[in-house]
Design a protein. Structure first.
Length: 402
């Protein structure tokens, strides 16, 4: 086998220039996701310890910028088939930058800010270099990687400058860097979204979203297990163990409804609006899932007859309603599947309405009742579609047999 075709030495090529390319996620990308396991867990802990409007706002900003660090590299790997030794070393360096960012989160409002901004600047600089390298090694149309490299380079410089400006002014400079990246994508006529070659491998990106969603929802198990461990498994009563199981079933159900109705679904078309909705809906779906995971950690702190802590209830109810709405938005833009016949907008709106009803009553009813109402909001998204599907398919089979 020649060096030009062996994965360890093969130069990166745009997937449209390859004779054949598959949509499967490479092990390097899976390994890159592992550092985000820690990152998402740390951000969830930050939210748990900053249950205020300001703390939530900081958490949302952190989640968005870290999520885009994940997305931007995933997009590059979806555009360019790149597995050579240089790319592997760059991927390893990217992991180090996320490690630096993650270790800075707990002290982001103090000394950690500079380290976070430096880590993010390095992360963006590596993305810029990846696109520059793709252009230099022979992309058949060099305009796209050239502009992407330029935009990320400018943003990386802005992020680096923000690291040396004390908060809150450094935050505004950092936000300018994010605006540069987003504007570089989306501005009419000059944004890179105008390039047809910005289209990634759809199956690959769908799988990337699905794998990260598993991580994000799975972080809720971390919160539940560690919270119970800290309380002391030998010091709680039966009420807490029941609540503990409710939390576990709820997290499983959230993954269930995603994969039945949206997981691994490719967009119906490649229009800009469709692609943007597909991407941003996944961002806010995952943000909502983290909120629910944090909210469920309160399950092991209360008994049946206690009131569910209001701040956690707000997170859980708004998180679930947002999760269901984002799921509906994703269903709206992906290829039609049989399950969509039964997971209608009315069912999603029922779940959202039950979430808000739970929030309105949670301060006045025992946690047992609050859990029941919130559980109706979530589990109805499985029970109603599954029941309707069973009846419909049974009727169809009976008609065929008749």
């Amino acid at each position: 086998m020649s060096l030009s075709v062996h994965p360890l030495w093969r130069k990166p090529r745009h997937h449209l220039d390859c004779d054949q390319s598959n949509d499967h996620v490479h092990w390097m990308e899976l390994f890159y996701d592992l550092v985000h396991v820690v990152s998402i867990f740390v951000m969830g802990n930050f939210l748990s310890h900053h249950l205020s409007f300001a703390g939530f706002a900081v958490f949302v900003c952190l989640f968005v910028v870290v999520w885009f660090a994940w997305f931007d590299l995933s997009l590059f790997n979806s555009l360019y088939v790149s597995t050579d030794i240089h790319h592997r070393l760059l991927m390893a360096t990217q992991i180090i930058t996320v490690m630096l960012m993650t270790s800075s989160i707990n002290s982001i409002d103090a000394g950690g800010w500079s380290f976070f901004a430096v880590g993010y600047a390095l992360n963006r600089g590596i993305i810029a270099f990846l696109y520059r390298r793709a252009r230099l090694v022979g992309d058949s149309q060099a305009s796209l990687p050239g502009e992407m490299s330029r935009n990320y380079t400018i943003a990386a410089c802005i992020f680096a400058v923000s690291a040396f400006i004390p908060p809150p002014y450094g935050y505004f400079v950092f936000a300018l860097g994010m605006i540069v990246i987003w504007a570089g994508f989306g501005l009419p006529k000059i944004g890179t979204i105008r390039f047809e070659r910005l289209l990634p491998r759809l199956g690959h990106m769908a799988e990337r979203f699905a794998l990260l969603l598993l991580i994000v929802v799975g972080e809720g198990f971390f919160k539940l297990v560690i919270t119970l461990s800290n309380v002391g498994v030998d010091k709680v009563n039966l009420d807490v163990f029941v609540n503990y199981m409710i939390g576990g079933f709820a997290l499983f159900a959230m993954a269930w409804i995603y994969f039945d109705f949206a997981g691994n679904g490719k967009p119906r078309n490649t229009g800009n609006r469709t692609m943007v909705q597909w991407t941003l809906s996944h961002l806010f779906l995952m943000l909502s899932a983290v909120c629910v995971g944090v909210a469920l950690s309160a399950e092991v702190k209360i008994g049946f007859w206690d009131h569910y802590p209001l701040k956690y209830a707000v997170l859980g109810c708004f998180g679930l309603s947002s999760y269901l709405y984002c799921l509906l938005l994703i269903q709206d833009v992906i290829e039609e599947r049989a399950a969509h016949r039964f997971a209608t907008a009315k069912i999603r709106m029922f779940g959202i309405a039950m979430s808000f009803l739970t929030l309105a009553l949670v301060s006045f009813v025992p946690a047992l009742v609050g859990n029941f109402l919130w559980g109706m909001a979530l589990f109805s998204q499985i029970i109603i579609p599954a029941t309707n599907a069973y009846r419909a398919f049974s009727s169809e089979e009976a008609n065929k047999a008749g």
